[in-house]
Design a protein around this ligand. Structure first.
Ligand code: NAD
Ligand code: USQ
Length: 384
C-alpha cells in the first residue's frame, strides 16, 4: 500500500515509517520539523542524538535498499496538504503531526492557542483534502487515552451504548480530558467522526496510551536510524523519564501520591498497531476507534517497576503535583480491538528495560539535569 506518515520526523513517526517500509509499503513522510524547534525554545535536546531527515532517509536506503519519500511542509498550509495528497496518492494517511505535550499546552495562553490551532486546524485541512481529492483514503489518526480522562465507569473503545428513559442509542464515549493538548485531540475526534458521518470518509482513531521505549527492530540496525528520546519536564513522558532518572542517580519524580493510573504501550507495539490498522482499513463512512494501550499502571507501580529492574540504588521522591488530576481513581479500559487484528503485546512484566538503561548510560552526558524539573503548573494566578 502507499502510506503517508504525517509527523514522520518525530519520536513515533520515524520508527513507524521504517516499520511500514520494512513491511513492503511504499512510504513517504510529511513534517515541518516544528518538534526540533520546540527543543530550541525549551533549551533541551533529545537524549539520544538524531540525524536530520535527509540523513535518516539515506541511511535507511543504505541499510534496507528501500526508499522513503519526504515532503517538508506544514499541515496548516492547506495548499501544501492538497498538493502532497495529489502527488503521493496514498491509500492510507497516518496522522501523527501534532503538538503532543500536555505541559507545553499549559505553559500559558499563547501555548494553549498554538497547540489547539496547530492540531485542530491541521487535522481539518487534512479532512478536507481527503474528502476533495480521494475519499477512499483511510485516515489513521493518533488520538490519546487522555481524551477519556478517568471516568468512574469502564472506558469502552470510542463508543458507548446508553439507555435513557427507556430508549437506547450508541453515542461517542463522553470525554473529560486533563489538558488543552488532550482537549485538542477530543476536538479532532469529533471533527473526524463528523467527516465520516457526513462525507462518508473512512477513519481509525487510535486512542494511544503513554508510550515507552526507544528502539524498534529497524531503528536498532544503525545509529543514524535512532529516534528521539525526551527526558525534560515538558516533553519527557513518565516511564522514559523514570528510566533516565534512575540511570542519572536522580530521584524518580512521582507527582502527588502516584495513584494516578494510565494506559501504557511499548514503542514496538505502537508501530505494529499502525501497520495492523493500515492493513485492515475502516469501512467507508466508519469512524472506528481502538484503545491503543496494552496495560494499565499507576505512576507508583511504574516507579517501583523501574526501581526493581535497575541494578543500582534508586530514590523515589513525591513532588507536589504540578497538574490538576485525580490522585486515586477507578480505571478499567477495554482494549481488545487491536488484539483482534493480531497485536501480540510486549508487556512490562516480561520486557527487559535493561536495554533502555544501556542507551541512557551511553548518552547521559547530554542531559541538562535542571531541565528534569517539572516547571509547568496547571493552575493560574490572578495578575489583575
Ligand atoms: P513528536 O512531537 O515527536 O512528533 C510529532 C511530529 O509532528 C514532529 O516531528 C513535528 O515536527 C510534526 N508536526 C507537528 N505539527 C506539525 C504541522 N503542523 N505540520 C507538519 N508537521 C508537524 O510526537 P510523538 O511522541 O511522536 O507523537 C506522535 C503522535 O502520537 C502525536 O499526535 C501524539 O499526540 C500521539 N501520542 C503520543 C504518545 C507518546 O507517548 N509519545 C502517546 C499517545 C499519543
Ligand atoms: N508523571 C509523574 N512524574 C513525572 C512525569 C509524569 O508522576 O515525572 C505523571 C503525570 O502527572 C501523569 C502521568 O504521569 O499523571 C502521565 O504523564 P506523562 O507526561 O507521561 O503523559 P501525558 O502528559 O498524559 O502525555 C503523554 C504524551 C501524549 C499522549 C499521552 C497519552 O506526551 O502525547 O497523548 O501521554 S495518555 O496519557 O494516555 O493521554
Amino acid at each position: 500500500m502507499r502510506v503517508l506518515v504525517l509527523g514522520g520526523d518525530g519520536y513515533l513517526g520515524w520508527p513507524t515509517a521504517l516499520h511500514l517500509s520494512d513491511r513492503g509499503h511504499e512510504t513517504a513522510i510529511v513534517d515541518n520539523f516544528t518538534r526540533r524547534d520546540y527543543d530550541k525554545e525549551l533549551g533541551v535536546q533529545s537524549l539520544v542524538p538524531i540525524e536530520d531527515l535527509d540523513m535518516r532517509i539515506a541511511a535507511w536506503q543504505e541499510v534496507s535498499g528501500q526508499r522513503i519519500g519526504s515532503y517538508v511542509g506544514d499541515l496548516l498550509d492547506a495548499d501544501f496538504v492538497y498538493e502532497t495528497l495529489r502527488k503521493f496518492r496514498p491509500d492510507a494517511v497516518v496522522h501523527y503531526a501534532e503538538q503532543r505535550a500536555a505541559p507545553y499546552s499549559m505553559i500559558d495562553r499563547a501555548h494553549a492557542v498554538y497547540t489547539q490551532h496547530n492540531n485542530v486546524i491541521g487535522n481539518l485541512n487534512l479532512l478536507y483534502a481527503i474528502a476533495e481529492i480521494d475519499p477512499e483514503i483511510h485516515l489513521v489518526k493518533l488520538g490519546t487515552m487522555g481524551e477519556y480522562g478517568t471516568p468512574n465507569i469502564d472506558i469502552e473503545e470510542g463508543w458507548l451504548e446508553i439507555e435513557h428513559k427507556g430508549r437506547t442509542d450508541r453515542v461517542l464515549y463522553p470525554k473529560r480530558p486533563g489538558s488543552f493538548y488532550h482537549l485538542s485531540k477530543v476536538h479532532d475526534s469529533h471533527n473526524i467522526e463528523f467527516a465520516c458521518r457526513i462525507w462518508g470518509l473512512r477513519a481509525t482513531d487510535l486512542n494511544q496510551g503513554v508510550v515507552y521505549g526507544q528502539q524498534t527492530p529497524q531503528t536498532a540496525q544503525d545509529d543514524r536510524l535512532a529516534t528521539r528520546l525526551d527526558y525534560d519536564g515538558v516533553f519527557g513522558t513518565v516511564l522514559n523519564r523514570f528510566i533516565i532518572q534512575a540511570v542519572l542517580g536522580q530521584p524518580l519524580t512521582i507527582y502527588g501520591t502516584g495513584g494516578q493510573t494510565r494506559g501504557m504501550i511499548d514503542i514496538r507495539d505502537t508501530v505494529e498497531c499502525i501497520r495492523l490498522a493500515v492493513e485492515s482499513p475502516a469501512e467507508a463512512g466508519e469512524f472506528r476507534v481502538f484503545n491503543q494501550m496494552t496495560e494499565s499502571m499507576s505512576v507508583r507501580d511504574i516507579a517501583d517497576t523501574v526501581a526493581k529492574q535497575y541494578p543500582g540504588s534508586v530514590r523515589i521522591e513525591h513532588l507536589e503535583n504540578p497538574r490538576v488530576e485525580a490522585p486515586e481513581h477507578y480505571y478499567n479500559v477495554v482494549h481488545t480491538g487491536l488484539e483482534r487484528l493480531g497485536l501480540k503485546p510486549h508487556l512490562l512484566s516480561d520486557t527487559l528495560i535493561e536495554s533502555m538503561f544501556d542507551i541512557v548510560e551511553a548518552n547521559k552526558h547530554r542531559v541538562d539535569v535542571d531541565k528534569l524539573h517539572p516547571g509547568v503548573r496547571w493552575t493560574r494566578t490572578s495578575n489583575a
